[in-house]
Design a protein around this ligand. Sequence first.
Ligand SMILES: NC(=O)c1ccc[n+]([C@@H]2O[C@H](COP(=O)([O-])OP(=O)(O)OC[C@H]3O[C@@H](n4cnc5c(N)ncnc54)[C@H](OP(=O)(O)O)[C@@H]3O)[C@@H](O)[C@H]2O)c1
Length: 386
Amino acid sequence: MRVYREKKTLGASERNEGQDFVDHRSQDNPQRLHAAIVDPDAIALFVNAFSKGVPDLPAMMRALKLSAYDGLEALRLVEKPVPEPKAGQVLIKVEAAAVNPSDLMFIRGRYGFTKPLPTVPGFEASGRVVAGNGRYPRWLVGRRVACGVQGGEDGTWAEYVLVDAKGCIPLLPRVSFEQGASLLVNPFTAWALLEQAERGRHRAVVQTAAASALGQMVLRLAVRAELPMIHIVRRAEQVEALRALGAAVVLDSSAPGFNKALARHCNDLAATLALDAVAGDTPARLLRAMPPKSKVVVYGALSEQEVKLSPGELIFRDQGVEGFWLSSYLGSLSLPGLLYRALQVQRALATDLQTKVRSRIPLEEAVAGIRDYQERMTSGKILLTP
Ligand SMILES: NC(=O)c1ccc[n+]([C@@H]2O[C@H](COP(=O)([O-])OP(=O)(O)OC[C@H]3O[C@@H](n4cnc5c(N)ncnc54)[C@H](OP(=O)(O)O)[C@@H]3O)[C@@H](O)[C@H]2O)c1
């Protein structure tokens, strides 16, 4: 089965968005890289920088400083010097910075790593490169980019951020800063998770937290690829919202009879892969409902609970659980491979990989805005606009 090779005919409105979404995910194939290089979108990426001037840099900038891993209580707006790029780095003037569940975990010290304090949180953003140190970093100066910050550097919740030039994705002219701010974390993860479904030749896939921004991306990609899915949400109102996006099977985990219904659908569809963002006892519930030899990929921990498993599923039903982290996935890609995937992802940013933004918030109002997002996550993302 070649799940993502099938290209469905696109509607006129989608074509107008410049969408031509054929999957090229699985290989760093030289022919495909060649195709990207002669592609008009790829050419646009090379030429779009030169008409843009680089502004004079101020000495100081505003940034949100985290002084303790105590969450929003420990976040303050401060003035600090604009940093200078070290070898291999670029300085980006931030236009929009995303707020994701990973940021909420990070500011409470519950993410996969911590940074020395004080630090500036924020893992992704979009903006314009205003300085670079090194050949490739200097080539990026003037360009509109999306960027991701890992490592020990300060993050994106600031007016300026330093990033490794290799962590920058030049934006197509038609991709706004607003769309670009959420280009890396969720779209790349949705793409990579479905890549796993394709590689494993799974006939059907289950996903939890399906009403999340990422879950909706996975849903739309799967609908386009005609990959059957079972979507799990935790509130009744989320069921209808996902049906409206084309989901055939949506189950509410808070409804009576959920476990039985899940097992029935998993068996009917032969769903042998589950994508889980909840953790706690959810992977075990999924495995019990799925056929022998099934696998759960845990990529999120929204419950903030340890994964609890009974050995029976693993031993007697030959099932498995593994993790997924975008940083490791991105680190496994070559720079041309990363840029090529970024081109494909950008083409789908206005459609399958779109992120609903509910508000844009200046740094001064960030704490209240993030609190509001935390309380109503399914209502859409907030963007920090320094
Ligand atoms: N591993 C990686 O590299 C990677 C990369 C990207 C994203 N992620 C993970 O992907 C997940 C989704 O991210 P996102 O940005 O798409 O989220 P989002 O749009 O902010 O939405 C979060 C969703 O999770 C639901 N939720 C919250 N707590 C839950 C719980 N305890 N049980 C079930 N559902 C819960 C919310 O539903 P309510 O409205 O009902 O609260 C909401 O629909 C997160 O866990 C994130 O960390 C992981």
